[in-house]
Design a protein around this ligand. Structure first.
Ligand code: H79
Length: 462
């Protein structure tokens, strides 16, 4: 039974325009979380906040916050004067890492605007820094050929009109109406100020007050899309009239791609329901903004991140690595080192990342598969102890492996069909032999397999 929805999804199936195809092909992105929370960096007066650094304003006295902490936080912008900030340095580093797009926090839940918004005083203009940071970031990344997406939280903790729960009293409703208008004005302002923007990455839209605004948010989305044809918006913007988010009451995705993969990844293609999606990932377990303390938690290694990157790409997703510059605008050396390592790997292996799709072959235990046209990329994480990388190809497949080589130095590899007679899974097997003495410098490596049309599908090696 299908519901008649006025504010559900307005599209069935995927977008297939050029802008969306470009998004699909990115493979790797960079997220940057930056704001006044970078000044305390997860602690104040030597006391650590037990949460994500960008959430430190919500620290309560009960859990150890200094007295009048929120008032202190709300004055931090008067100290925001990042002397090391140079968007060109960030953009160059992102380029070297291999990022094809970046997402920048124009305004997080605390409401501080990194652009000179006309609609609030709580902006960069009233900090000692004064200059338009969003503009510098947009221009620097665009100059490197990296597409820019603007992160925007609809939460604004200390705005007088902001409400998280559905307003009941008339004065709350009035206040919230003004806040809605304010939010709309800011979004229009961002798209007008920064015409290079390719899309908006929304956050905070779980608030009951916002969820309750199906008609208004639907209208706003239409307005934003009209203002900027081709604009890309994920599924975390609005709810339908029954309060359903991401997927409407008929189970159809709202928005251009699924935005539910935050700090987690699907494990199988079924988990993705065939949708476009991105995964945004922190390097520590859960820190987006700068946290000075990187000793108290596990820090993902470049290897971890590359494994996640390839898992995402093998399942038709983009993988986005988050960076949290410090209060002076510098990317910490540990993050720069990680970016450099990922970039070194991308330098050799990016062919297995950009423009690829899920490969519809059985997933091997030793790694993942990506595919582009008739090229199969086999990324190996768990190198088989016998140095034989076995490919399983369904007997029904119209494509079969022709030749294979290593992406590093294009070293040709022996590829042989294995005659296994009848197999329970109806697969054919092909063995790729790694060269004697091959060393992958302890990083995952990629085998390229050129696929050929099977003359008589499945019959050759039966
Ligand atoms: O900016 C980073 C985080 O600060 C921000 N999103 C990333 C990109 C973020 N804000 N909140 N969260 C992440 C997690 C919040 C979860 C909760 Fe809820 C909000 C718990 C309760 C309210 C949403 C609604 C999830 C569960 C119910």
């Amino acid at each position: 039974e299908r519901l008649e929805l006025r504010h559900g999804s307005h599209r069935e199936g995927k977008r297939n325009d050029a802008e969306m195809q470009r998004w699909r092909d990115y493979g790797l992105g960079q997220f940057i979380h930056w704001g006044v929370y970078a000044i305390p960096g997860g602690a104040w007066d030597g006391i650590s906040y037990n949460g994500a650094a960008e959430w430190i304003r919500s620290w309560s006295e009960k859990s150890g916050a200094p007295k009048d902490w929120r008032a202190t936080y709300d004055k931090l912008y008067k100290q925001f004067n990042p002397q090391h900030f140079d968007a060109k340095i960030w953009a160059k580093q992102a380029k070297k890492m291999g990022a094809r797009y970046m997402i920048f926090t124009t305004k997080h839940h605390d409401g501080f605007c990194l652009w000179p918004s006309k609609y609030t005083k709580y902006t960069i203009v009233n900090s000692p820094y004064k200059k338009d940071i969003v503009k510098e970031v947009v221009e620097a990344y665009a100059a490197e050929g990296i597409d820019v997406y603007l992160y925007f939280s609809i939460i604004f903790w200390n705005h007088p009109g902001y409400r998280s729960t559905v307003p009941k009293a008339p004065h709350d409703s009035l206040a919230y109406e003004s806040f809605k208008e304010f939010t709309r004005n800011q979004l229009v302002e961002l798209l007008q100020n920064y015409p290079q923007t390719k899309g908006l990455w929304f956050d905070g839209s779980w608030d009951a007050a916002w969820v309750n605004q199906a008609a208004w948010t639907d209208k706003l989305e239409t307005e934003l899309r009209q203002l900027k044809p081709g604009l890309i918006i994920g599924s975390r913007f609005r709810a339908d009239e029954y309060g359903k988010r991401h997927f409407d009451s008929n189970g159809i995705m709202m928005g251009d791609y699924e935005q539910g993969w935050e700090r987690k990844l699907p494990t199988t293609i079924d988990d993705t329901h065939g949708n476009d999606w991105d995964c945004v990932m922190t390097i520590p377990p859960n820190q987006w903004g700068y946290n000075a303390d990187w000793k108290s938690s596990y820090i993902k290694t470049p290897y971890d991140l590359i494994a996640m990157l390839m898992q995402a790409n093998s399942l038709n997703g983009n993988f986005v690595i988050n960076f949290g510059p410090d209060g002076q605008g510098a990317i910490r050396p540990e993050e720069s080192a990680i970016a450099a390592k990922v970039g070194e790997w991308m330098q050799i292996n990016s062919e297995a990342v950009y423009g690829v799709t899920h490969a519809n072959f059985p997933k091997p235990d030793y790694g993942v598969l990506t595919k582009k046209d008739t090229t199969l990329y086999v990324t190996v994480f768990n190198r088989p102890i016998n140095n034989i990388v076995r490919l399983a190809i369904p007997k029904s497949s119209k494509e079969i492996p022709g030749k294979a080589y290593l992406l590093v130095n294009n070293v040709p590899l022996d590829l042989s069909a294995v005659n296994m007679g009848l197999d329970r899974d109806n697969n054919m097997y092909y063995d790729v032999a790694l060269p004697v003495g091959f060393s992958a410098a302890e990083m995952p490596f990629v085998i390229v397999v050129q696929l050929e049309q099977s003359k008589e599908s499945g019959s050759r090696y039966r």
